[in-house]
Design a protein around this ligand. Structure first.
Ligand code: NAP
Length: 295
């Protein structure tokens, strides 16, 4: 509800515009980030995650990876120590199902709730309040987050428990990465045959992806070899594919395509492409075909 205090931890490419949207929606935002000075205008900057969470019914975290989320939640000065009894930690980072389960247990022991609410959408979608949110956790706690989710995105797609929601996000990113890999291969083949990649991208976008902005966007980026600046960085992509592989190993599900993609991401990162978007996965495929990483 507007006017309500919300804690917000993590003001990176995604978190900062999200926190700004909460301010714009009338929430009173108490923000924390490891590097100071990133709080959006109108938010109150806090010294620790615990302070950001203090007194709030809801605290959001939007951090890079498992290590960050674990330390910001359970470490010294962490969220668990500040959140009130009955309060909810809404974890919107893409993390492992195993950590989601641990956070559920830790918050439960403190008489709090953990809702995993990973998102689909890049920083531009975060800024435009167009995120798609996939929440998992206690049904009532998820329902109470609706005004928060409405201020951040344009679709809420509940997905069972917190670890199930975290895994659903990893499955989604694995599928997107598979698309990038196959587009990289297809466009490399076309380019070597002398076909204009931009013309092919426009053609296939009309024939195959008429109403699908996501494949259209990747086809265009890969055809144009436009990999900078990163919306979703290669290193974060490697994190997600590695998490998907770990979950798949636990569940005894072979993911041969994910293994291939993981190696191709590593090959791109070995060439110091850390600042590239994960569409740059296609550069590995291009080089294997004797093409330059970028035209
Ligand atoms: P980002 O720009 O790299 O921001 C990462 C954030 O995590 C920063 O606030 C950073 O703090 C903080 N952080 C990193 N390591 C930390 C640590 N050890 N302790 C405390 N804080 C730490 O990443 P992003 O693109 O915003 O992504 C955030 C999350 O959203 C990730 O889980 C990502 O997978 C997910 N996601 C991203 C996208 C996308 O398109 N970018 C889309 C959907 C989901 P500093 O400012 O101090 O470095």
């Amino acid at each position: 509800m507007a006017g309500e205090t919300i804690g917000f931890c993590g003001l990176g490419q995604m978190g900062r515009p999200m926190a700004a949207n909460l301010v714009a929606a009338g929430f009173s935002v108490r923000a924390w980030n490891r590097t100071r000075g990133k709080a959006p205008e109108g938010a109150q900057e806090c010294d620790t995650p615990r302070e950001a969470a203090r007194g709030a019914r809801i605290v959001v975290s939007m951090l890079a990876d498992d290590t960050a989320v674990q330390s910001v939640t359970l470490g010294e000065g962490g969220i668990v120590g500040g959140l009130r009894e009955g309060g909810t930690h809404v974890g919107m980072s893409t993390i492992s199902p195993a950590l989601s389960q641990r956070l559920h247990e830790a918050h439960k022991a403190a008489r709090q709730h953990f809702v995993a609410a990973p998102v689909f959408g890049r920083p531009d979608a975060a800024a435009a309040r167009k995120l798609r949110i996939v929440p998992g956790g206690d049904e009532q706690a998820v329902a109470q987050c609706k005004p928060l989710f409405d201020a951040l995105g344009e679709g809420i797609f509940p997905m069972g428990t917190a670890p199930q929601a975290s895994l659903a996000k990893l499955c989604g990113n694995f599928m997107i990465a598979s698309l990038i890999e196959s587009f990289g291969e297809g466009f490399a083949l076309a380019e070597k045959a002398g076909i204009d990649p931009m013309r092919l991208s426009e053609t296939l976008s009309r024939i195959l992806f008429a109403d699908a902005p996501l494949p259209k966007g990747y086809a265009n980026r890969i055809a144009a070899t436009s990999f900078e600046p990163a919306g979703f960085a290669l290193a974060l992509g490697l994190k997600d594919i590695s998490l998907a592989l770990r979950a798949a190993e636990d569940l005894r599900v072979p993911l041969p395509l994910a293994s291939l993609i993981r190696d191709n991401l590593i090959a791109a990162l070995a060439k110091a492409r850390d600042k590239w978007d994960w569409g740059g996965l296609a550069s590995t495929v291009r080089e294997a075909a004797g093409l330059p990483a970028r035209r």
